[in-house]
Design a protein around this ligand. Structure first.
Ligand SMILES: [Zn+2]
Ligand SMILES: [Zn+2]
Length: 387
């Protein structure tokens, strides 16, 4: 026990402390043991502290490593990938725009001007955009509700936007259509006056988009005889046409349904002859109407066009309504069919768009279609158009 105590006396704690001059007892031994613990405690504490911090450090380092790894991923992979994606999208959009421009230029070059009847309810710019959407480079529209009535105010900003858009996309000529219920050849003076005022107002509005054509159905004589009806039509035209107008007014070839005037080329010639400002006048040929009117454009297109040229003059022809017909030749019915689904057929209509006397003219579809259907017909006809 004493030996143990002696050895303890030489224990470093004892030396360090140096205040243990008292005889060593068991109590002292316990005290010394306690002291030795106190002596080494800071070392253990420090070690524990360091170990703990090392663990934390290790944890932080691992966390940082993960963080750095994520940052590394973001900077070197995700961001470049996103940039690349943006560049690809941008290039794709540009290519699309270029393609649209290219398509417009191609259309301008190959010169098939084709469009369809569009709703004018959203204005000119909307019509232009709708036309481009279906690969058309012209369009027809009603100047107001087809049944007549008051026209919507023209918005000059819309017209300005449209003109810039039309220029960019190669839309050079458009065709306005008068309400089809107007009858300048009516027995009723009130109806004739209404037709006159409406058309005069339309012609004024047409000057917002100068240099285009305004098409109208000559009218129905309703039993008075074509000669009387033609007289009324010419009176009206002589009142409303002005030397300064830039619009060409077109007489539409009609099917001869009921008492329609314009069922023969001769009737149209007579109107043209009796209008003083004849240079403001032209003709719009409707393939369905002349077929229904008895002109065989399927089997004898050349003869029909020669007849047109002899009676009216091809120089008067400014636009074509390209429609198939639900009815046979000479039926005088006026029921339009989709391209290739009627009595005229796709082959005959293909010959029409490619005919040397007609291929430079603008063609307007008035077939029973929604926009999608028009798009398909335009695509079919463009494919069949050869310069
Ligand atoms: Zn018409
Ligand atoms: Zn028709």
């Amino acid at each position: 026990m004493l030996l143990l105590h002696d050895s303890l006396l030489h224990h470093p704690f004892r030396l360090v402390r140096g205040n243990y001059g008292r005889p060593i007892t068991d109590t002292h031994f316990s005290e010394i043991r306690h002291e030795s613990f106190r002596k080494y405690a800071p070392v253990f504490q420090n070690a524990a502290f360091i170990l703990t911090h090392m663990c934390i450090l290790q944890y932080i380092t691992a966390f940082h490593k993960a963080l750095f790894f994520i940052l590394y991923l973001i900077i070197f992979f995700i961001l470049p990938f996103l940039c690349l994606l943006c560049i690809i999208i941008e290039l794709y959009t540009l290519a699309d725009k270029q393609k649209m421009k290219g398509a417009a230029i191609t259309r301008r070059n190959n010169m098939l001007q084709i469009g369809c009847h569009l709703s004018a309810s959203k204005g000119y710019e909307a019509m232009g955009k709708e036309a481009v959407k279906i690969n058309a480079n012209t369009f027809q529209f009603f100047t107001r509700n087809p049944r007549g009535g008051k026209a919507k105010e023209i918005n000059p900003t819309d017209v300005e936007k449209y003109l810039a858009f039309a220029d960019e996309h190669g839309i050079s000529r458009i065709l306005a259509h008068a309400p089809y219920t107007l009858n300048a050849a009516s027995v009723d003076p009130g109806l004739r006056e209404f037709a006159k005022l409406t058309m005069a107002d339309d012609l004024k509005r047409m000057e917002y988009t100068p240099g285009n054509c305004y098409n109208f159905h000559p009218g129905s004589h309703v039993g008075q005889g074509a000669e009387v009806g033609i007289g009324f039509i010419c009176d009206m035209l002589n009142e409303i046409l002005t030397p300064k107008q830039s619009t060409t007014v077109l007489l539409e070839t009609m099917s001869g349904k009921g008492s329609e005037i314009g069922r023969t080329f001769e009737e149209l010639r007579e109107i043209l002859d009796r209008v003083s400002l004849s240079d403001k006048m032209g003709v719009c040929l409707d393939t369905c109407h002349i077929w229904d009117g008895g002109y065989d454009i399927v089997n004898h297109p050349d003869e029909v066009l020669t007849e047109f040229d002899n009676i009216i003059g091809l120089s008067r022809l400014k636009a074509i309504h390209l429609n198939d017909s639900m009815n046979p030749l000479g039926s005088h019915k006026d029921r339009h069919a989709k391209i290739g689904e009627g009595e005229i057929g796709l082959e005959a209509l293909t010959r029409i768009i490619n005919h040397p006397a007609l291929c430079h003219l603008p063609f307007y579809l008035e077939t029973p279609n929604e926009l999608d259907g028009y798009k398909k017909e335009i695509e079919i006809l463009r494919k069949r158009y050869t310069e």
